[in-house]
Design a protein around this ligand. Structure first.
Ligand code: ATP
Length: 496
């Protein structure tokens, strides 16, 4: 059965991933708070992205620009004039819709040929009874829609104590512009040669007309963006450098999602049609994911040409060029922009990891998250919470493991239930401390100093000496397969 958004929303709330914002006040539309497990997952997504695209690449550096910028930035970038969506209002129920998305949503229709009959009609289709195309409000089905008006998506705010036009500024609607305005600073301070890129992770804000679908479209979200600067006069393998690097980044970003567990068949590339391209773009390709709401954008990779640097040079009066030593000329670099949403990535990773399995007649819900993304890497579970020696050893192990990984301790239920809970939040490894580990002085039995590691995916268990625990988990976290590690401990381990 396909995972629905409702099932995911309920798991996220129940298990501390994501809560409705300001819930005790009745909530606020389309704002979500990341709970204890959600923030771990989100931080880990950002951490592996930063490691893979900044730290491990010699041609990349990072940046963290401010959210509030000089208002001229948004005039130069075109956001004040062009960052708009066409909006229509229902004259009856007053709801608002994005005119360009209306054809993609089902609509309610009061058919004149079938009295008292209200029909829900699939997106894009006419009424099967009277043949009328959509002309009324998709929600109430009655009200006429106003002609489309352009609505600017930027949130306005004022800097300083006086709310006057001179103090007007905006919450950034994308992180990209913070990179463009720092192009010269980075070029000079880091002595970069083309091609090179600047990456940034940060919040962006858009006053979306129709937010929704959980964390898919919100007013406040996070982006992981790269601006990759190339010399437009160079060629690579016979192609203009910008086209070569555009292809490369599309390939690298697709591979990145797959590396952390998204199945290839749930990803696809969608080229923007000519009439859909932003005014500055030479080519844009979206990476789409098959979300529970259907195929939708996960990330976009645009060739923004030299538009942004030229615009900022014009508005600021500063030269934003690169001196090409070889050709002895100043050039304005072209820019390839891989832009990914953190929240949409998190949604996609969770959806793709979600499985409902049958284990010995019982349903098991398991998030098969990549071990590096799982909110809890290792859960340490005492088999008997009243046995002081067991609890002491379990706490000591958790403390030790938590210096390297996110480790948790849980003794609030019987072991079977604890395993199920950890499966449901995607914990790849559980470590169990039992009587055999610490021994039983009343019976004169010495402990064997071994603990059980349970693998989430195979549910197999091995018994490992406590001093070897860190090295075994390190091996597994570095990518060693369970099936290769487990046989080393087979003689001491429970039979499956
Ligand atoms: P859409 O067509 O879905 O509105 P977009 O093309 O406007 O998205 P971009 O401007 O290309 O989006 O932003 C880059 C990325 O930022 C998107 O691929 C998406 O992952 C993320 N993103 C954009 N808008 C939102 C939003 N309102 N909520 C959550 N993530 C968003």
């Amino acid at each position: 059965m396909a995972l629905t958004m409702d099932t995911l929303v309920s798991l996220c709330k129940r298990r501390g991933f994501i809560f409705q914002s300001s819930e005790i006040y009745g909530g606020i539309a389309s704002s979500w708070d990341y709970g204890p497990l959600g923030v771990e997952l989100k931080n880990k997504i950002k951490r592996v992205w930063w490691r893979d695209v900044v730290q491990q690449r010699a041609d990349m550096v990072g940046l963290d620009a401010s959210i509030l910028m000089h208002p001229s930035v948004w005039k130069a970038s075109g956001h004040v004039d062009h960052f708009t969506d066409p909006m229509v209002d229902c004259r009856d129920c007053r709801r608002r819709f994005r005119a360009d998305k209306l054809e993609e949503t089902p609509w309610e229709h009061y058919c004149p040929e079938r009295k008292d009959n209200r029909f829900s009609i699939p997106a894009g289709a006419p009424c099967p009874h009277c043949g009328a195309p959509r002309s009324r409000c998709p929600e109430c089905g009655k009200g006429e829609l106003t002609p489309p008006r352009q609505f600017n998506l930027m949130f306005k705010t004022f800097m300083g104590p006086v709310e006057e036009d001179a103090a007007l500024t905006y919450l950034r609607p994308e992180t990209a512009q913070g990179i463009f305005v720092n192009f010269e600073n980075v070029l000079q301070s880091m002595r970069r040669k083309l091609p090179f890129g600047i990456a940034q992770i940060g919040k962006a804000f858009r006053n979306e007309i129709t937010p929704g679908n959980f964390i898919f479209r919100t007013h406040e979200f996070e982006q992981m963006e790269i601006e990759y600067f190339v010399n437009p006069h160079e060629t690579v393998d016979g192609r203009p450098a910008d086209e070569h690097w555009h292809e490369r980044w599309i390939h690298d970003l697709l591979a990145w999602y797959q590396r952390y567990g998204i199945r290839a068949e749930h990803l696809r590339l969608r080229e923007h049609e000519r009439d859909e391209l932003a005014h500055y773009a030479k080519r844009t390709a979206d990476i789409e994911y098959e979300f529970p709401i259907g195929w939708s954008e996960l990330a976009g990779i645009a060739n923004r040409t030299d538009f942004d640097l030229k615009q900022h040079a014009k508005w600021s009066g500063k030269s934003l060029t690169y001196f090409d030593e070889e050709r002895k000329e100043h050039v304005v670099p072209y820019v390839i922009e891989p832009s990914a949403g953190v929240d949409r990535a998190l949604l996609a990773f969770m959806v793709d990891a979600y499985r409902e399995e049958e284990v010995r007649g019982d349903k098991r819900v398991v998030l098969r998250l990549h071990p590096e993304l799982a909110p809890v890497t290792v859960a340490v579970l005492p088999l008997l919470k009243k046995r002081e020696a067991i609890v002491r050893v379990a706490h000591a192990i958790r403390d030790d493991l938590s210096r390297r990984w996110t480790a948790s301790y849980d003794d609030t239920a019987a072991i079977g239930r604890l395993y199920r809970r950890q499966d449901e939040v995607g914990t790849p490894y559980c470590v169990t401390v039992d009587v055999q580990t610490v021994g039983d002085p009343d019976k004169g039995e010495a402990g064997d100093g071994r603990v059980t590691i349970r693998d989430r995916d195979s549910m197999e268990q091995i018994r490992v000496p406590v001093p070897e625990l860190v090295s075994v988990i390190s091996e597994l976290m570095a990518g060693a397969e369970w099936a290769r590690v487990a046989p080393r401990f087979a003689s001491e381990s429970p039979k499956p």
